[in-house]
Design a protein around this ligand. Structure first.
Ligand code: CTP
Ligand code: CA
Length: 218
């Protein structure tokens, strides 16, 4: 279907999103990141904009073009992503966290390039803030949608995140089905049940997610 003829089911909605990986610096030239390409988040941002929403996309390091009509803010670390999100969230009524946020960051990144010396090197890590959980526990939270990337037990873990983070909707996928790739196979979870979408391109999956989101909002 040509996008021009899709109904504008998200008209008037202001949607804040995160996408891509984060990058947690270890020293000026090295860091911890993950295999997220940003494609699912960017496809969803594009689909939301096509459906009539005003979209702000906070993106970790990716090599993707900004979808038409989307306002993009680039960040590297989870902490910066959280700062930008917290600053912007008040002006939005929906928050969709697609980013594969690093759960941990180095405790003390080195300002100088780390030199090799001993045979073994340990790096101490500390927990990053949970951006989605923090947004969802604001006094007047936006409508919060999370993603759940799992390597097994998708239903249990994804439904657990729906409840634990107080979300309205979770999009779950097995990492081996989607992360870093072109296609994706997801299951949507909400308060009423589970809704598997067919395996398809991330663009088609994004259209299915928008339809479900719109049905919950309207
Ligand atoms: N998320 C986030 N900030 C984090 C970690 C996760 O906003 N520091 C968001 C992700 O964008 C996603 C959801 O929380 O929407 C679930 O992320 P996921 O990594 O699957 O779950 P975690 O809660 O981090 O739990 P775990 O990695 O242990 O499964
Ligand atoms: Ca995680």
């Amino acid at each position: 279907i040509c996008a021009r003829f899709q109904p504008r089911v998200l008209a008037g909605r202001r949607i804040l999103m995160t996408a891509g990986p984060t990058y947690e610096a270890l020293d000026p030239v090295r860091g911890i990141t993950n295999i997220s390409s940003g494609r699912m988040g960017f496809a969803l941002a594009r689909a939301c904009a096509q459906a009539g929403a005003v979209v702000t996309l906070v993106s970790g390091p990716v090599s993707l073009p900004t979808p038409p009509g989307v306002t993009r803010i680039d960040v590297k670390s989870a902490q910066t992503m959280r700062d930008v999100v917290m600053n912007a969230v008040g002006a939005h009524d929906v928050f969709i966290a697609v980013a594969a946020v690093a759960d941990y960051r180095p405790v003390a990144p080195s300002t100088e390039k780390i030199k090799k010396s001993a045979d073994r090197l340990s790096i101490e890590l500390t927990r990053n803030p949970d951006i989605l959980a923090d947004v969802a526990s604001l006094p007047a939270p936006p409508f919060c949608v999370g993603f759940a990337a799992e390597s097994s037990n998708l239903d249990t873990y994804a439904q657990g995140k729906l409840v634990a983070k107080r979300l309205k909707m979770v999009v779950g996928n097995l990492v081996q089905d989607g992360m870093g790739g072109i296609n994706n196979q997801v299951v949507i979870y909400d308060a009423k049940g589970r809704y598997p979408l067919p395996r398809a391109s991330k663009e088609e999956v994004a259209t299915g997610i928008v339809a479900h989101l719109a049905s919950l909002l309207n």
